[in-house]
Write a protein that binds this ligand. Structure first.
Ligand code: CA
Length: 226
């Protein structure tokens, strides 16, 4: 996942980059609001962290409006960073199209949690996205899955599970991580639930098995599994 940081305070950029990269995100940054459209078009970030007041005096709110009006960029989730509590209220009141906002100084732990939440909400809606892995195709616009061209019927949880795997193919995920990524941090389900849904997903996808079980670790989408 790639995050575009639009921020003119070097110390905050440094802190964000350090923490986001530690979490496995790829980070690109700019201090200028005027660069955002071009940069986002070229780099296709999965999320934008957008400061309110920027180096070139372009307002973060105007950048937000411009992103929402742009045909190719309008679906990218935006979290606004504001310097004062009142600015946060304004973001809310203005209906800028930002998905969330945080007031400085913010807790990095909370920001990371919000980033995760916003990405999770946005992911299934990414219009027109088609994910491919081995002989699997996932058409996000139609919410349909095909294996070797044949439609596969999945329940909503299996769909989200497969979507998550297809976004991170061959990577092994533990049950805890799958729970937090697919079910959400606030929902209380047992580890065993993951196994149940993995079993259902496997059954629906058929042979050859495309989900690899890594003993004592977790699961991965892997075409060498079967
Ligand atoms: Ca600023």
């Amino acid at each position: 996942m790639k995050i575009l940081v639009v921020e003119d305070e070097p110390a905050i950029v440094y802190m964000l980059r350090y923490n986001l990269e530690k979490q496995g995100y790829q980070v690109i940054d700019t201090e200028k609001g005027g660069d955002v459209i071009e940069l986002a078009t070229a780099q296709k970030p999965d999320l934008i962290l957008l400061d309110w007041r920027l180096a070139d005096n372009v307002d973060g709110v105007d950048v937000c409006y411009a992103l929402r009006k742009n045909q190719r960029l309008h679906q990218i989730p935006i979290i606004m960073l504001t310097a004062r509590a009142q600015d946060g209220d304004k973001v809310k009141a203005l209906g800028t199209g930002a998905d969330d906002y945080m007031t400085k100084p913010f807790s990095i732990v909370e920001l990371l949690a919000r980033i995760k939440a916003v990405l999770r909400r946005a992911a299934p809606m990414a219009a027109g996205e088609t994910l491919k892995f081995a002989d699997l195709d996932m058409d996000m616009a139609q919410c349909k899955v095909f294996r070797s061209g044949k439609p596969i019927h999945l329940g909503p949880t299996e769909f989200r599970l497969l979507h998550f795997f297809m976004r991170h193919p061959r990577k092994v995920f533990g049950r805890d991580e799958l729970l937090s990524q697919v079910w959400g941090d606030n929902i209380h389900v047992e580890d065993r639930t993951v196994d149940v849904h993995i079993r259902r997903l496997r059954r629906s996808l058929g042979d050859p098995d495309i989900i690899r079980t890594v003993r004592k670790t977790g699961y991965a989408l892997d075409d060498s599994a079967g």
